[in-house]
Design a protein around this ligand. Structure first.
Ligand code: FES
Length: 229
């Protein structure tokens, strides 16, 4: 168990994410293969931050990725939180595989496409009897930023990667869109009323303002393809 610390992300009502506890912040991009499947992350930059900072949640800031108050100007931002408070286990369906099983919480999908290498994770789980497939499945799931996919051994062991407590802004260059905010290492997230969401090892928060599953990303940022041109 991680010791309690002051690291926290607070969703402000119709406003930004208030980050506290000196959480490191960087920007990563997906590296993809010829078919557009994501294979790894590449560091673009490390931000210099202070003990607290505010990350844009509406997608309109001119001081990317930090809030510049744009949510207060013009059309007001509706940041109403609609996400379930269910735990990952309550949300996930179980897919029984040949060598390993898979937990799949589809509502969390951020379309990062790490599950599309070597066919797809689901195909490998359901059909492959090659022992090498287990390592591929583990990597695909470990790279999934939203934590939608989690492998489970036939002995019932849940395999979750060890992640540092940090925040990464994900850039989807193939789709030419800003991706979500990747929160790693079990950092607590508190809603606008002060209630804590079930803590997970990795989650993806919306930063485009379009998610229907706020504060989490539901891949609606893919509507913005071309915004990085
Ligand atoms: S960043 Fe993915 S839906 Fe907003």
């Amino acid at each position: 168990m991680r010791p309690e610390n002051k690291k926290k992300i607070k969703v402000l009502p119709n406003g930004p994410y208030a980050v506290s506890g000196d959480i490191p912040l960087n920007q990563l991009r997906y590296v993809s293969d010829q078919k557009g499947a994501s294979t790894e992350y590449k560091l673009i930059q490390q931000y210099k931050t202070s003990e607290t900072y505010h990350l844009c949640r509406c997608g309109r800031t001119n001081n990317h990725p930090f809030c510049d108050g744009s949510h207060l100007a013009g059309i007001p931002f509706d940041g109403t939180e609609t996400a379930s408070r269910a735990t990952y286990k309550e949300m996930a369906e179980v897919l029984e595989g040949k060598q390993i099983d898979l937990l799949d919480a589809e509502d969390l999908c951020a379309v990062a496409r790490f599950c599309d290498t070597y066919g797809t994770t689901w195909e490998l789980v359901e059909n492959s009897t090659d022992p090498a497939a287990i390592d591929i499945i583990k990597k695909q799931c470990a790279d999934c930023p939203s934590g939608r996919l989690t492998p489970v051994t036939k002995a019932g062991e849940i395999i979750d990667p060890e992640l540092p407590q940090e925040i990464s802004l994900l850039e989807d260059m193939p789709a030419e869109a800003h991706g979500p905010i990747w929160v790693k290492g079990g950092i607590p997230i508190e809603d606008a009323e002060g209630n804590r969401y079930p803590v997970r090892n990795r989650v993806t928060l919306c930063r485009c303002g379009k998610s229907k599953n706020k504060p989490f990303c539901d891949a609606n940022h893919m509507q913005n393809q071309g915004e990085l041109e």
